[in-house]
Design a protein. Structure first.
Length: 499
């Protein structure tokens, strides 16, 4: 009953004209920056934060939140149409979403992403409203040792994301971990693997690697393969999922929503980890795992639901504990402080109008997003009718602008081009880049939490097995590793991925 009273207060606040306008503005901006590779929610919120100083605190937070979860919607568009993830969380969507586009099912893939995102966003917002207090207690019990074990489990689970021999999968993850080490060591201040280049002191930006490997690499690959060019210009057979598609995607959306809601609560886990977990689960539970990587609709529905559910529940530790789960959430935290709002458990009691108004605006924003995105499916699909000779040069130009906009650095464009050649080599070697990207994203966080755990335990490595949650996660990791390494399972896995 108390929850209903709180939601009534939230909706009465969020349904005012000004708040509706800023929810709509944030949703539209989020969708646009999700479609635009390179210019993610972090850069956009950073640019718009000074412009919110003159707004009411709730209006500012509603708009910034709309940008954040709106980008999770838009990031799947370019991932499906041109094999380029607009956001880190859309890396997994590329695997099956782009294959569906090549098969003339781009409209179905985009509609699946939009509907799955809407349902998961509503579920995530409900969990944020109903279970904020108990879930924050669970997140609060996670220390450095638990985060290290969680991420180690994620990396081992990512082995199933790559086709081909097991050694290639492990090699791609290790390579991603090594690339994540480039830059300045936070603890000692030493430069690592920078080759004396000051441009690498801050490390390699995710956008540079993602655009290089997925966009530039895809263009180079497509130039020598006529069948890809013909597939991209093939007619779109259907814009709306069939009844069978709905039956196939519904369980994946439910599972993805559950995974995303849980992972989003954990500070530092992020949307990308939720989507990777969801994809891995879908493939492991599928009766036909050989379809994944070839246009399985579950490979789009599950990850898209997971990253959008995580986008909602990521606000739980930020709003209630003052612990940002990501760089974007850190900016949201900064916006609250700028507007004289002290983050923490007291937000619910001292400023209930803001807390519940923001939660109600997320439901409204998700409804706006699905209303905006479904009619636009036909417009996005028309991108595939653009001639190949026009489409791919435009993609290259678009990507260069996106890469340059991150740090205003020409060096980043050259670096992205280098990773494009590297992506082409990976394609020739039949190596999947998705595990590399996960290793790159998680590498710095794994190192940081590993070192923090050892510092707090005064160098005692047993801290990883004496803490119950960490021990359970490591046990699951060991079981997964053993299962993947068993010859019989390994041979079946390799057969499932053979063309």
């Amino acid at each position: 009953m108390e929850l209903l009273d709180h939601l009534a207060l939230g909706f009465s606040t969020a349904l005012s004209f000004n708040n509706l306008f800023y929810a709509f503005l944030g949703s539209v901006l989020g969708t646009l920056i999700g479609v635009l590779p390179g210019l993610g929610p972090l850069a956009t919120i950073s640019m718009l934060l000074p412009f919110t100083f003159g707004l009411d605190p709730l209006e500012a937070l509603i708009m910034l939140a709309g940008i954040y979860y709106g980008a999770a919607y838009g990031g799947s568009t370019t991932a499906i149409l041109v094999n380029l993830p607009g956001e880190t969380s859309s890396v997994v969507t590329v695997i099956d979403g782009h294959q569906m586009a090549r098969q003339g099912r781009a409209g179905v893939a985009l509609a699946t992403a939009a509907l799955g995102s809407f349902f998961a966003g509503c579920v995530g917002t409900f969990i944020l409203a109903a279970f904020a207090a108990p879930l924050t207690q669970l997140a609060f019990s996670f220390g450095p040792a638990e985060y290290f074990s969680l991420m180690a489990m994620g990396l081992v689970g990512a082995v199933s994301l790559a086709s081909g021999p097991l050694i290639k999968s492990i090699g791609m993850i290790v390579l991603g971990l090594l690339l994540g080490l480039v830059g300045t060591d936070v603890a000692s201040g030493a430069m690592r693997y920078t080759f004396g280049l000051p441009q690498l002191w801050d490390g390699i930006d995710f956008v540079v690697i993602a655009v290089g490997i997925f966009a530039f690499g895809e263009v180079i690959t497509s130039l020598e393969r006529k069948e890809i060019r013909d597939a991209l210009s093939s007619p779109i057979t259907r814009l709306w999922p069939s009844w069978q598609d709905f039956k196939d995607m519904a369980p994946a959306v439910l599972r993805g929503s559950a995974i995303g809601s849980l992972v989003g609560v954990l500070p530092g886990a992020g949307l990308s980890l939720a989507s990777f977990f969801a994809y891995s689960l879908e493939k492991k539970t599928s009766r036909t795992p050989e379809r994944f990587g070839k246009g399985a609709i579950q490979g789009v529905a599950g990850p898209e639901a997971a990253n959008n559910a995580a986008a909602q529940t990521a606000f739980i530790p930020t709003l209630t504990l003052g612990i940002p789960g990501s760089a974007t959430m850190a900016l949201m935290l900064g916006a609250m402080i700028v507007h004289n709002i002290q983050p923490g458990p007291q937000v619910m009691t001292t400023n209930p109008t803001l807390f519940w108004g923001l939660i109600a605006s997320m439901w409204i924003g998700n409804l706006m997003l699905v209303i905006l995105n479904l009619p636009l499916v036909g417009i996005w699909v028309k991108l595939l009718s653009v001639p190949f000779r026009v489409l791919f040069p435009a993609i290259i130009l678009f990507c260069c602008i996106g890469v340059y906009s991150v740090q205003n650095s020409i060096f980043d464009i050259y670096l992205a081009a280098g990773f494009g050649l590297f992506g082409y080599v990976l394609h020739k070697l039949h190596c999947e880049p998705a595990p590399l990207m996960l290793g790159f994203v998680l590498g710095p966080m794994i190192e940081e939490n590993f070192r923090r755990a050892l510092v707090l335990s005064k160098g005692d490595f047993s801290v990883f097995v004496t803490r119950p949650i960490s021990a359970v996660l490591l046990a699951i990791t060991a079981i997964l590793l053993i299962m993947v390494a068993i010859p019989a399972i390994r041979s079946r896995r390799q057969e499932a991925f053979e063309e």
